[in-house]
Design a protein around this ligand. Sequence first.
Ligand code: AMP
Ligand code: TRP
Length: 363
Amino acid sequence: MHRSLLGKIVKRHFSMTAELLSKQSSKSAEHHKRRIFSGIQPTGHLHAGNYFGAIRKWKELQDQGEDIILSVVDLHAITMKHEPKELLKNNLACTASLLASGICPEKSVLFLQSSVSRHSELCWVLCCMTTMARLGHLPQFKEKSALCGKEIPLGIFLYPVLQTADILLYKATHVPVGEDQLPHIYLVQELAKNFNSRYGKTFPRIEAMVEKSQSGRLRSLRNPEKKMSKSDPDPKSRINLLDEPKVILEKCKKAITDFTSKVTYDPENRRGVATLIDLVSLCTGKTPQQVCSENADVDTAKFKLRVADVLIEYLTPIRQEYDRIVKDPGYVQKVLDNGACRAHSIADKTWAEVRNKVGLNLA
Ligand code: AMP
Ligand code: TRP
């Protein structure tokens, strides 16, 4: 065959292959694989609400072989006044608690938010796409700003935009959180949609994964009108993951119930008792009705002692594992360094794409 003709055929073949490959890769970029992202603030001790509302689900997803990325969100933690030394300690303690709860650094990417600077960079781009009115309506902003008087830090206001950046940076498709986070996830969905329509399809559809059962919103033990929360000034309002048995017993004894002594499940009218039943149900896998029929022989005062027993049995192995892990802070640091490395490589790709699309890239 004539050499120049052969050359043309080879050239044409390569350009067709290249075209096909580029078509395939843009197709696979459009078809986003399922990826899970979630975060937790390293503020105070993790409690039963965090565990049953979020962490236990993360472990299940991880063990099912899902692609899952988990972040200890320290940049979110500084939106409220903090003590620098405490924050450093809390970052390690929160990571160790996650490890003790069964999060496995080989299966999940576990990292510290502040070690990947792309979170703050993408946050800025997203800030330029949202309005003050939209952020001012979010319930968590209203709750937190009410605690600040007239001096409301901007960080509290922008908190959900940073949360959006966390999720979009990894092109996550699913976000397992407690029910309280739903308004923030709606904002994430809106911002992703707006970005895609303004700059071209970049981010996938995002879905919240909220437990429909009682674990989606576990209530305070002292005020069943409120959720169990790290920031509640009354430590008896929550069972911490690392509470000693005698502390758990004390908190259960002091839990608010009502004037009816029978153990019955009525989450609307008997919220205090229902929360105790929920805790037993979450630890044992029994339905609330089963818990009630097994405790038909006791009044609520005696039931509280049984609740304490169940919680102590469930939480003791986690506390013991935590005690073992924190003996080696070097290990926890290594887990975070390795996680940051893996998170970086994903975040850098998304950030390069965002820069290009927004027109921030000179190259
Ligand atoms: P935070 O303590 O605010 O960083 O929350 C970490 C995770 O725990 C989030 O997914 C929350 O939705 C979840 N969470 C916090 N408090 C509760 C609660 N009382 N019941 C269920 N889930 C909760
Ligand atoms: N705002 C979440 C909370 O208070 C924590 C968080 C930060 C988060 N970034 C996230 C949760 C991204 C899910 C995904 O619980």
